[in-house]
Write a protein that binds this ligand. Structure first.
Ligand SMILES: *Cc1c(COP(=O)(O)O)cnc(C)c1O
Length: 386
């Protein structure tokens, strides 16, 4: 096995044209109008939460994704929190999500005082499994007056938050159908999947609200930032109001008509975001090429398999994934690659194994456990065209 590790590291170094030094997992690329727009912000003094880049960035992302309206937020985590709150996720309700996700998904549910319920993922998509979702609901939930209740706990099941893991779309149309049948609100955590489409429709536009993240390691970055995607323009207007301390517009009076949040993205960050979204096609092209190189390479490597995009999907290949034969092999590969200056990392520890969420209800998590033990993310940065 040692030999395939050596070959893999050599290949990655060749791919990124870095015979020595450190190869990062995912670095941002700034090869467009970033400096120009940032300078415009400073020259105009509009660096804070009001400014033309905020509006332009929202419009550009809405057009790109096909959402009717997009609303920027300070980060993806608070965008998720706001989405859940807006759809009535209250204290002591339950929210279904997947155990294989970044902590932000589960934390946002916890901010509402709700309890996550962890349902298994699929091996093929790494996202919430429609079969597992249907099975869990069938065994545990009853409908009363168009509301879903967990029979064992008596708590209302208020929402479902699937996630498009590492940019690979889950079977979101099937999940939407099941949520509809059970009268459960659907929020898509599309934080990792800007540029990923399922059946030619952008991820994050299937549910009532979709959430994007523009953190430094995501496919495009605003330094830190997030966005809510809506098909319902009234709901979007409400989100804008809530992110702005629920302030009633007035030239000088301070009147706030409900409890709001200061979740607005500053114009500085939006300027960076606009410059980045202008380059999304170039980024995606580069990432698909990288994925194809990896796919061809790993086809010849014993004991390491590359994860391709699922059927019916076009993935952004945000973070490329390989699967090793066992946890022992995975650990050996992580050690070898990181010690040799090529950054790799394992999947997240499953949410149900973390102390804050260890008491939560779970379904059978066979696939998530298998993936947690064997998956490794390998370098995936865009090639800088400069
Ligand atoms: C990045 C990410 C978020 C949001 O993260 P922020 O850093 O708050 O923007 C949410 N969910 C998932 C799955 C993510 O990867």
């Amino acid at each position: 096995m040692e030999e395939s590790f050596v070959k893999t590291i050599e290949f990655i170094r060749k791919l990124y044209n870095k015979p020595e030094g450190f190869v990062a997992l995912h670095e941002p690329t700034f090869s467009g109008n970033e400096k120009k727009y940032l300078a415009e912000c400073i020259d105009s003094t509009f660096v804070s939460s009001v400014g033309k880049f905020v509006d332009e960035f929202e419009i550009k992302v809405a057009n790109y994704t096909g959402a009717k309206k997009a609303v920027v937020c300070v980060n993806g985590t608070n965008a998720l929190h706001l989405a859940l709150t807006m759809l009535g996720v209250e204290r002591d309700t339950e929210v279904i999500t997947q155990p294989l996700t970044f902590i932000a998904t589960a934390n946002a549910i916890a901010y509402c005082g709700a309890k996550p319920v962890f349902v298994d993922v699929e091996k093929e998509t790494l996202g919430l499994s429609p079969q597992a979702l249907r099975a869990w609901l069938g065994q545990n939930v009853e409908l009363k007056a168009n509301k879903a209740y967990n029979i064992a706990t008596g708590r209302r099941v208020s929402a479902c938050v699937p996630m498009h893991t590492f940019g690979h779309p889950c079977k979101i149309d099937e999940i939407a159908e099941i949520c509809n049948e059970y009268c459960i609100h659907l929020i898509e955590d599309a934080a990792e999947s800007l540029g990923s489409f399922y059946k030619e429709k952008h991820t994050g536009t299937f549910g009532e609200i979709g959430v994007l993240s523009f953190n430094g390691n995501k496919i495009i970055t605003t330094g830190g930032g997030g966005m809510l995607l809506f098909n319902d323009v009234d709901l979007a207007a409400k989100a804008k109001h809530l992110t702005t301390q629920a302030k009633v517009p007035h030239p000088w009076e301070f009147v706030h008509d409900e409890i709001g949040y200061n979740y607005r993205m500053p114009n500085l960050n939006a300027a960076l975001g606009l410059a980045q979204i202008e380059q999304i096609d170039t980024f995606l092209k580069s990432k698909r090429q990288t994925a194809q190189h990896y796919n061809e390479f790993f086809a010849e490597i014993a004991g390491i398999s590359f994860l391709n995009e699922p059927a019916n999907a076009q993935s952004n290949y945000w973070l490329n994934c390989v699967i090793l034969a066992s946890k022992t092999e995975r650990d050996a590969f992580l050690k070898y690659s990181n010690e040799n200056g090529v950054m790799t990392r394992p999947a997240w520890t499953l949410m149900n194994k973390l102390p804050m969420f260890s008491g939560c209800t779970t379904g059978n998590l066979e696939n998530a456990e298998r993936i947690e033990e064997r998956l490794v993310n390998i370098p995936s940065s865009v090639f800088d065209s400069k």
